[in-house]
Design a protein around this ligand. Structure first.
Ligand SMILES: C[S@@+](CC[C@H](N)C(=O)[O-])C[C@H]1O[C@@H](n2cnc3c(N)ncnc32)[C@H](O)[C@@H]1O
Length: 299
């Protein structure tokens, strides 16, 4: 039985492109199809599976998504969501289109859409578990399986805002899908973020001290920063919240489970320290001159 088209996906039909031949897509018997017959199923969980061929090499697994969902539902990261919503509301037209790349469970996209009653959002992620949540997170949020490192399944210049929160980046594709008046908003941790937790949990991954320079090098050919806000606060944690916080990060993959469940190692207070930057796209010719497509692997 064909799955009905999720209502939030309808406004995106005109903006999506076939990932195989770049033609437009239309709805046909519960799937999206292009005129050449390339077909993409709509999962019963409400997201569209545009990712075909070779599997993506990264993406959160079920345990990470469960931990992320549990942790975000505590509201401990609400100040980050509020900052993003405020920065986005300052840049998007009323009927704006927001694309959240590496959207995870859609927590931030939903927060942004709550502030913008006429806007619509599309979350892209490789993780099926994440997409199941993202497809249900908000009535105006659609979700699609996509790998950030491949050309996005979107027409040129259709997005008013691209969000990138703790997720991998593809600067040339961000630039291509943004309108010239659009904005890219990138949220990433500073070296102090969760330092207490990383310091106490053996095997937890560290934050690359060159991270900011790498980000700058990758984005500069395509974007210029217009505004940066710092989000910094002390956050108290229960043992369960600390476990979720570790479990939702790539650190979880590098840890010995015995260490993870040793409550004594986990701090009851940590520092949240992030930067949220708004970027304006450079003019297309300037962007082409300044750089070839670059890949910026991680948040
Ligand atoms: C640290 S999580 C952040 C999720 C979300 N932005 C948030 O902050 O709650 C990184 C997300 O990027 C996704 N991801 C990893 N590699 C990806 C790729 N190549 N293409 C698209 N998404 C990817 C993961 O599945 C995960 O949902």
């Amino acid at each position: 039985m064909p799955v009905p088209l999720p209502p939030a996906l309808i406004p995106f039909l005109a903006l999506l492109r076939c990932p195989m031949c770049r033609a437009g897509l239309h709805l046909d018997r519960g799937a999206l199809r292009c005129p050449a017959g390339h077909t993409f199923d709509i999962a019963r969980h409400g997201y569209v599976g545009l990712l075909t061929g070779t599997r993506a090499t990264s993406g959160d697994d079920a345990a990470m998504i469960r931990a992320r969902d549990q942790f975000l539902s505590t509201g401990k990261y609400a100040p980050i969501r509020e900052t993003l919503a405020r920065l986005t509301a300052g840049t998007v037209p009323e009927q704006g289109t927001i694309v959240d790349v590496g959207c995870g469970t859609g927590y931030y996209l939903a927060g942004v859409l709550n502030q913008l009653p006429g806007a619509r959002g599309l979350g892209l992620d490789t993780s099926v578990r994440a997409l199941r949540s993202a497809a249900r997170v908000h009535e105006r949020a659609a979700a699609a399986a996509w790998d950030v490192f491949r050309p996005f399944p979107l027409a040129d210049g259709v997005a008013d805002v691209v969000l990138n929160v703790f997720a991998p980046r593809n600067p040339s594709e961000f630039h291509r899908v943004l309108r010239p008046t659009g904005r890219l908003i990138v949220v990433r941790p500073t070296g102090r973020h969760l330092a207490e937790l990383r310091g106490q949990v053996p095997g937890a991954i560290t934050i690359d001290p060159d991270k900011e320079q790498r980000l700058h090098r990758a984005l500069t050919p395509f974007f210029e920063a217009t505004d940066t806000e710092q989000v910094a606060y002390a956050m108290s944690l229960t043992g369960a919240q600390a476990l979720d916080l570790v479990g939702m990060t790539p650190s979880a993959r590098h840890l010995n489970p015995a260490d993870l469940y040793n409550d004594d190692l986990l701090p009851d207070q940590v520092t949240v320290s992030l930067l949220a930057t708004v970027y304006r796209p450079r003019r297309p010719r300037a962007a082409r001159r300044r750089g070839a497509a670059r890949r910026d692997p991680m948040e």
